[in-house]
Design a protein around this ligand. Structure first.
Ligand code: NAD
Length: 501
């Protein structure tokens, strides 16, 4: 059982060596029980490689490595030193970005030109941001009390942090967590999703090459029920940061509470509303709204999957939206995500494909199908066309549950009050967007919506310097921006008494 396998990507004329091991102490190793997971290309349904899956014993080894690295080395580094290492990592990601994007497309099916390369640009941007932030975002505060007393706060890293990420943006979601956590001075044990571990394993090599000491970043591919559970319940992990579904987020939080009360941040699911008022510029709004539900095949936690349109422009919106979607969101002639004309790739797996189809079947039986049409289907691959249901009541499961595919629901409203009530009628509160030319309407929406992100006249337009996270069952805590570092720091209060008796 080798620790590397040669992989060919003929579309880009690329051949590379894919690491297959767990990454502990800067080395790839086999899992203690030899178990492996097969990675499937979702556009062809063919096997790419099999990689090792971490057991509970392997989690213990990785945590020991991370603890030793923290105690003996990493906790003694300055922010400047950590920033220099992150800058070196930036250079290496930039050097290998085309290969990293290619691995992402091979493993997750996301279109190479429109998605994977964009993911890599964001990863570069945030690596540069946190390289610069390592010595700037970590300071505390001076609090004057009286003539003889003052206090100050120190921001100190937690120590060993566990991170669990999903498959929709494999390397990007990992990078949202890793770069800010390292900048803050923690060591890491991270688990990629079982169906998209390849890009992070390749990335491990860049971390070593950049000069990060052994044990600072440990990568454990594996199953959620085995590796993830062992991480969430480990008693020598100080904090766990999770991105994924709300249901699993609840389990992680519960295991964290029952084991050692480790700190928890959760980035979970969403069912984000999009309000389009009668005075909106529809020609500008439609590309944003279509991108907000069809980009990445709808596998976005912030997807604007509930679209509410003012009754005066409802029919016009539906007609224009359908025309736009059909000419801009396409599988491409060869159903190949490496092709330039593919803007809509397959969904990640057979499990997700079946899950999304079950919502579509439910909708076809009970709701009004707006559109779902494509000239031809491939014989292989988990491709689902852009699908819209119209006139959908908010009580429908299509409006309440996260479908996580290119399936949106549209309904009309007549007043602002009705619209905001519909928008807030959800257990989720991750993101939202509003389209209107009236500044008062959009400002009222920003005030009234219960969501962590509000986009005014745009959608799903994340910026790495802006905090991101959810209200309600969409999560706890914030990532990105200065908050990205702050969420990996604890506050220590120091009281100083200089009184002389
Ligand atoms: P998931 O919850 O099934 O899996 C996420 C991760 O958790 C995976 O690595 C998985 O292996 C692991 N996991 C599964 N069971 C576990 C357990 N019992 N204990 C510990 N870990 C376990 O989610 P997914 O299907 O991979 O991703 C889709 C979900 O992620 C959607 O709900 C989406 O909204 C959400 N998401 C949220 C954000 C955000 O920032 N809010 C970003 C991306 C995705």
């Amino acid at each position: 059982m080798s620790l590397y396998e040669t992989v060919n990507i003929p579309q880009l004329n690329i051949t590379y060596e894919q690491p297959l091991g767990l990454f502990i102490n800067n080395e790839f190793v086999k899992s203690s029980d030899g178990k492996k997971i097969e990675s499937i290309n979702p556009s062809t349904e063919e096997s790419i490689v099999s990689f090792f899956a971490a057991s509970e014993k392997d989690v213990n080894s990785a945590v020991t490595a991370a603890r030793d690295a923290f105690e003996n080395n990493w906790s003694k580094t300055s922010g400047e030193q950590r920033g220099i290492l992150l800058s070196k990592l930036f250079d290496l990601i930039e050097r290998d970005k085309l290969l990293l994007a290619a691995i992402e497309t091979l493993d997750s099916g996301k279109p190479y030109h429109s998605n994977s390369l964009a993911d890599l640009e964001q990863i570069l941007q945030l690596t540069r941001y946190y390289a610069g932030g390592a010595d700037k975002f970590t300071g505390g505060e001076y609090i004057p009390l009286n003539q003889d007393k003052y206090a100050y706060t120190m921001k100190v890293p937690y120590g060993v942090v566990a991170q669990i990420v999903p498959w929709n943006y494999p390397l990007a979601m990992a990078s949202w967590k890793i770069q800010s956590c390292l900048a803050a001075g923690n060591t890491i044990v991270i688990k990629p999703a079982e169906n998209t571990s390849l890009s992070l394993l390749y990335f491990a090599q860049l971390v070593k090459e950049a000069g990060f000491p052994p044990g600072v970043l440990n990568i454990l591919p594996g199953y959620g029920s085995v590796t993830g559970t062992a991480m969430a319940s480990h008693t020598d992990i100080d904090k766990i940061a999770f991105t994924g579904s709300t249901a699993v987020g609840q389990k992680v939080m519960s295991l964290a509470a029952q084991s050692n009360l480790k700190a928890v941040t959760l980035e979970c699911g969403g069912k984000s509303p999009c309000l389009i008022f009668a005075d909106a510029n529809l020609d500008e709004a439609i590309p944003w709204v279509a991108g907000g539900i069809f980009y990445n095949s709808g596998q976005n936690c912030t997807a604007n999957s509930r679209i509410y349109v003012h009754e005066d422009i409802y029919e016009e919106f539906l007609t224009k939206f359908e025309e736009y979607a059909k000419s801009n969101w396409k599988f491409g002639a060869k159903f190949d995500p490496f092709d330039k004309d593919c803007t809509l790739g397959p969904v990640i797996s057979k499990v997700q494909y079946d899950r999304i189809q079950s919502y579509v079947e439910h909708g076809k039986a009970s709701e009004k199908l707006g559109f779902k049409e494509f000239a031809e289907y491939p014989s292989k691959g988990y491709f689902i066309p852009p699908t819209i249901f119209s006139d959908v009541p908010n009580s429908s499961k299509l409006s309440q549950e996260e479908i996580f595919g290119p399936v949106g629901v549209v309904a009309s409203f007549s007043t602002y009050e009705e619209a905001i009530k519909l928008a807030n009628d959800s257990s989720y509160g991750l993101a939202s967007c509003v389209f209107s030319e009236n500044a008062r309407t959009t400002a009222q929406f920003a005030r009234d919506i219960r969501a962590g992100t509000v986009w005014i006249n745009s959608s799903n337009d994340e910026e790495i310097s802006v905090p991101f996270g959810g209200f309600k069952m969409s999560g706890i805590g914030r990532e990105l921006g200065r908050n990205g570092v702050d969420s990996y720091l604890q506050t220590k209060a120091v009281h100083v008494n200089i009184a002389k008796l």
